[in-house]
Design a protein around this ligand. Structure first.
Ligand SMILES: Cc1cc2nc3c(=O)[nH]c(=O)nc-3n(C[C@H](O)[C@H](O)[C@H](O)COP(=O)(O)OP(=O)(O)OC[C@H]3O[C@@H](n4cnc5c(N)ncnc54)[C@H](O)[C@@H]3O)c2cc1C
Length: 365
């Protein structure tokens, strides 16, 4: 008998396993992939820690979480400063003075604000009925068409006019020449990649890779008092209330025989006609110069059974279905759902770590 069977060796599962093991609990971790780390997994290719499931930049406002993660790794001083490419134009992100000066030929914050106001004032009286109208009202036509429309439509697989307005609540505009994408005070990339963190978290813990819990659900339920489940909640309950929707991604990793492909870790492709949304060049996360390079094309994809579910689609219909699963789970004392799939919610890594630590405090008294 195990005190806990933990399904998924991503941040949620691994942190909970570490905390439970530390408190003397007997735990088993099951992971259906052939490696630990969940979506934060990094794979070493040609001395470069490749972010295998998309660029993962660690950032947080929470000093406690920063201290916690620093027990397991040294984070470098990487600051996320993505670039947007639209046709043959190149812009800095997030929208800041560098972006405005190129778009509107302005130099001071006052001029930039006037240029944006002029564009968005055209839409000031509309009550946005969809994402397109919402974005136009917030930033005006030029920024929307060059930097938001195509990217968003590729990401969601539908026209911006079909998407609800609430997806974009705010579009932060920064009237300084500061290209740091995040506002959080703590930011970096683990110097030795993310996988090392998981190796440390799971040291001394029984982990079974290539093992799908659902293939032997009844058997595992008999072997434990409690399951911590970080996979999809609808699948766990065999879709009794229907299927939840997800978006998926396809990653195309390429090893190139050149030193420097694009000069930046992250370049977003914001025009609709280019099918990928981003190209990641991993060595720039680590300030590496010499040697070959590895790049990854990121293609958004409609989720079908068998794909990896990367993003929940939190529209009203899906949230109604999710609430049914959540209510059902409240009466099921054999399982606790956690992480981004178990909670049907987009979480950053720091939020997942915090949730796992909160659960550990509550559960492991
Ligand atoms: C493309 C992309 C980019 C991101 N970039 C960032 C970023 O820059 N910064 C940031 O803070 N966050 C980022 N995130 C979010 C980050 O990936 C998550 O916060 C974090 O990985 C969630 O951890 P988790 O443990 O909840 O889930 P996951 O990492 O998904 O782990 C869940 C694990 O459970 C396993 N599993 C599921 N079902 C079963 C089953 N039935 N049996 C056995 N195993 C199972 C899965 O294989 C998976 O390994 C990004 C996410 C994506 C998709």
């Amino acid at each position: 008998m195990y005190d806990y069977i933990i399904v998924g060796a991503g941040f949620f599962g691994s942190i909970f396993a570490y905390e439970a093991n530390k408190r003397g609990k007997k735990v088993l971790v099951l992971e259906k992939r052939n490696h630990i780390g969940g979506n934060a997994y990094t794979k070493k290719i040609e001395n470069i820690h490749v972010h295998y499931y998309g660029a993962h930049i660690f950032h947080t406002k929470d000093e406690e979480i920063w201290k916690y993660i620093n027990q397991f790794t040294k984070l470098n001083h990487y600051i996320n400063s993505p670039i947007a490419r639209y046709k043959n134009e190149v812009y800095n992100l997030p929208f800041n003075m560098n972006t405005f000066s190129k778009l509107f030929n302005v130099f001071t914050p006052k001029e930039a604000l006037e240029a944006v106001e002029k564009e968005r004032s055209i839409y000031k009286d509309i009550e946005p009925q969809n994402l397109e109208e919402q974005a136009l009202k917030l930033v005006g036509k030029t920024i929307y068409e060059k930097l938001i429309k195509g990217y968003t439509e590729k990401q969601w697989g539908t026209k911006a006019t079909n998407l609800p307005a609430f997806i974009i609540k705010r579009l932060p505009l920064r009237f300084t020449y500061d290209n740091n994408y995040f506002n959080d005070p703590y930011q970096g990339i683990p110097e030795n990649g993310y996988t090392e963190i998981f190796e440390k978290l799971l040291k001394g813990i029984e982990v079974r890779l290539n093992t799908d819990f659902l293939a032997n659900k009844e058997m595992y339920l008999k072997q434990t008092n409690k399951v911590i489940y970080t996979g999809t909640i609808d699948q766990y309950y065999d879709y009794i209330f229907g299927k939840l929707q997800y978006r998926s991604l396809r990653f195309d990793h390429q090893l190139l025989n050149m030193e420097n492909f694009q000069g930046n870790a992250v370049i977003n492709y914001t025009e609709y006609e280019i099918p990928y949304t981003r190209i990641i060049e991993h060595k720039h996360f680590y300030f590496q110069i010499e040697g070959k390079t590895v790049i990854t094309y990121e293609y958004p994809k409609t989720y079908v059974d068998g794909d990896d579910p990367y993003y929940s689609v939190n529209n009203n219909e899906n949230m109604k279905v999710y609430e049914k699963y959540k209510e059902h789970a409240k009466n099921d004392n054999k399982v606790i759902f956690g992480g981004r799939l178990g909670s049907y919610k987009y979480y950053n890594m720091d939020q997942v770590i915090k949730e796992a630590l909160n659960l550990a405090t509550k559960e492991l008294k």
